[in-house]
Design a protein around this ligand. Structure first.
Ligand code: ATP
Ligand code: MG
Length: 355
């Protein structure tokens, strides 16, 4: 088993260190870790945010554990040298088209949610967002028009693209509560009409999954009005970008949530993937021991489950995190005073107590 560890910038290395402590405690047999530079640090050391050797290391691994990229000192660089380009490059070079973002309320932390506690408590959903297509990757440009300069962006999805993300979502639903909501805007968009028809065609292959469809505007409303109705949500790149941030915000702190980006490539143990916290490099708190490592540790749990086929270890980590969160050891983002390292240590202690 090979894991490429790419800690990146800002708090990336601090939170990744805690995840690696947890991984170490699992004492997995035949595990090899490779560490590479990515983002601003890679630009400073190698002249590029995604050096060829880092990309090769990621390709050769069964999974990538990613911290965060982003460095204010790189803000004035030409776009291709900016740290953020590294994660976009990794996603496209590695064919990672499915972004999985679980959002579930943490017991005892309902007050972090902007929603009423009883609604927050009911959140247990997974957003499956298509990552390689849609309006973000279509032809785009600027042209003259009667109304002055006009910007345009092509939105498109073909059946093959919809099919592969829908398969991922149906399979994810099979492992959960077997309910899938496909989100589109089929009443006005041709892209969405093809999306919906293709998802419906596939549904026959998953008779055990209950499928429904929702327009994106309604989905946004339902997410805050009754989030408990959702199990798995599948949607395109643009709608998924917005809805996954909205779903995360319904749960609470950005320091708690993890994500997985998966493709079609399988490994000896599962699906190849890249795992990262949903938060960024947080330069405002970097180097101060204030970062919450929970998102990074939960990203490791997702890695173990999806890429290494180690469900039991993943469950153990998630239980340890939940136990630690409901104890009094909390970071500044949750109104406590525990440091990054203290939170990691507390999770380790709980992990060791769980057989
Ligand atoms: P990016 O563009 O890379 O997503 P961003 O500018 O959206 O970055 P983040 O880096 O995610 O922002 O930070 C947003 C805010 O949340 C910051 O104030 C940051 O300090 C805080 N934050 C982010 N991650 C954590 C964490 N793990 N623990 C505590 N606070 C965090
Ligand atoms: Mg952000």
């Amino acid at each position: 088993m090979k894991i490429a560890v790419l800690p990146g910038d800002g708090i990336g290395p601090e939170v990744t260190r805690e995840a690696l402590k947890v991984l170490d405690a699992l004492a997995l047999p035949q595990l090899t870790l490779f560490e590479g530079d990515v983002g601003g640090i890679a630009y400073k050391r190698h002249g590029h945010p995604l050096p060829a050797e880092t990309l090769e290391m990621a390709r050769a691994a069964d999974a990538v554990l990613f911290g965060a990229v982003g460095d204010p000192e790189c803000d004035t660089l030409p776009r291709e040298y900016r740290p953020e380009q590294a994660i976009l490059g990794l996603r496209s070079e590695l064919g990672l088209f499915a972004n999985l973002r679980p959002a579930a309320g943490f017991p005892g932390l309902e007050d972090l949610s902007p929603l009423k506690p009883e609604l927050a408590r009911g959140i247990d959903l997974l957003v499956v967002r298509e990552l390689n297509g849609d309006v973000y990757f279509g032809d785009k440009g600027e042209r003259d028009s009667a109304g002055g300069r006009e910007g345009w962006d092509d939105m498109s999805y073909n059946e093959a693209e919809v099919r592969r993300i829908a398969h991922s979502a149906f399979r994810a639903a099979q492992k959960r509560r077997k309910k899938l909501t496909s989100v589109d805007k089929a009443n006005v968009l041709e892209t969405s009409r093809i999306w919906r028809e293709t998802v419906i065609e596939l549904a026959g292959e998953y008779p055990d999954v209950e499928l429904d469809h929702m327009y994106v505007d309604n989905a946004a409303m339902q997410l805050v009005r009754s989030p408990g109705q959702f199990d798995v949500i599948v949607t395109g790149n643009l709608f998924g970008d917005i809805l996954s941030d909205q779903a995360s915000a319904c749960v609470g702190s950005i320091g708690l949530l993890a994500s997985a980006s998966l493709g079609e490539r399988t490994t000896e143990f599962g699906t190849f993937g890249l795992y990262e916290p949903i938060h960024g490099s947080a330069p405002d708190i970097a180097g101060q021991g204030k970062a919450n490592p929970v998102a990074a540790i939960l990203s490791l749990a997702m890695l173990l489950r999806h890429s290494l086929g180690r469900d039991a270890d993943a469950n153990r980590i998630e239980r340890a995190v939940a136990a630690s969160l409901s104890s009094e050891i909390r970071g500044a983002d949750l109104g406590g005073s525990a440091s990054t390292q203290e939170i990691g240590d507390a999770i380790l202690r709980h992990l060791q107590a769980i057989a």
